[in-house]
Design a protein around this ligand. Structure first.
Ligand code: HH2
Length: 269
């Protein structure tokens, strides 16, 4: 899943793709690099980012989604939003998946919209509002961060199913870096198999995130692609299915090789 942020302020690619032709060019490049899904977002979750009114978010994502759907009718498009109005309009404009970083909690109508439109849904774990979910404001966990994140995530999945979203259309995501300290993100990735065991496809969004900077000492987000590829390969080895990344070409190449080796390993048992 290639990241396409149509925002002036995203933590690593903010401001690059605001014009629809720039967004389409980036989308086309990511598809050529091997992306299976394009994740189009119009609101940054960076702490203290300015909240984006619905009209502004629509004006950012809809032209991009329309342009991508027209140029690449077979591409799978997800919309990264917590707003049901944006989700509904994006689905009508050609998106197939709703990627909601609030796990369908911030907008009471989100689950019903996803159900009605038969959208694929990514239920990500986070706590709090858009403005503080990627901070450490809610980063307190009892003994086992994995158990707690999994329990909260599954509650949200059940709520979505209760609102009519088909279970087989739901992917889950531990929400790396969202209200998680470095040790939490590492532990969630290390224990990813426990998320995989639930039976939903598991999405991992580790690309360029702070924990990679903490492990490697690389402070600039743009310099963290090699570490991000490492995180993706490690997540693949633990059973993850979808990898939300900035550097599609390197990730695709690394995952293809890692998957080919894993297949060869299976053959020798
Ligand atoms: N991370 C970000 C945004 N959306 N969606 C899912 N499912 N999982 C994630 O880990 C995830 C996500 C944050 O990264 P980015 O889009 O690069 O930055 P920003 O929020 O500043 O736009």
């Amino acid at each position: 899943m290639g990241i396409l942020n149509i925002t002036p302020d995203s933590f690593s690619d903010g401001g690059h793709h605001l014009a629809p032709d720039a967004a389409l060019a980036r989308a086309s490049a990511m598809l050529a690099d091997g992306a299976d899904i394009l994740d189009v977002g119009g609101e940054s979750t960076r702490p203290h980012a300015r909240p984006v009114p619905v009209e502004e978010e629509l004006a950012r994502v809809l032209p991009a989604i329309r342009a991508i759907a027209a140029a690449h009718p077979r591409a799978t498009i997800s919309v990264d939003t917590v707003k049901s109005e944006v989700a509904a309009a994006a689905l009508a404009a050609g998106a197939h998946i709703v990627n909601d970083v609030s796990g369908l909690t911030l907008d009471g109508r989100m689950a019903a919209v996803c159900a009605r439109e038969r959208a694929g849904v990514v239920v990500m774990h986070s706590r709090g509002s858009v403005g503080d979910m990627a901070s450490l404001a809610h980063a307190s966990y009892d003994a086992d961060v994995v158990e707690e994140v999994l329990a909260e995530l599954l509650q949200r999945v059940e709520r979505a199913v209760g609102a009519g979203v088909a279970r087989e259309r739901i992917a889950i995501d531990p929400g790396i870096g969202f209200g998680k300290r470095v040790e939490h993100s590492l532990r969630l990735l290390g224990c990813l198999a426990r998320f995989v065991a639930v039976g939903h496809p598991v999405l991992v969004g580790a690309s360029r995130k702070r924990f990679i900077g903490d492990v490697t000492g690389v402070s600039e987000a743009e310099g963290r692609d090699a570490g991000s590829v490492g995180a993706a390969v490690s997540a693949l080895a633990r059973g993850a299915h979808v990898f939300r990344v900035h550097d599609v070409a390197s990730t695709r190449q690394a995952l293809d090789v890692a998957a080919a080796i894993a297949t060869a390993e299976a053959d020798c048992e």
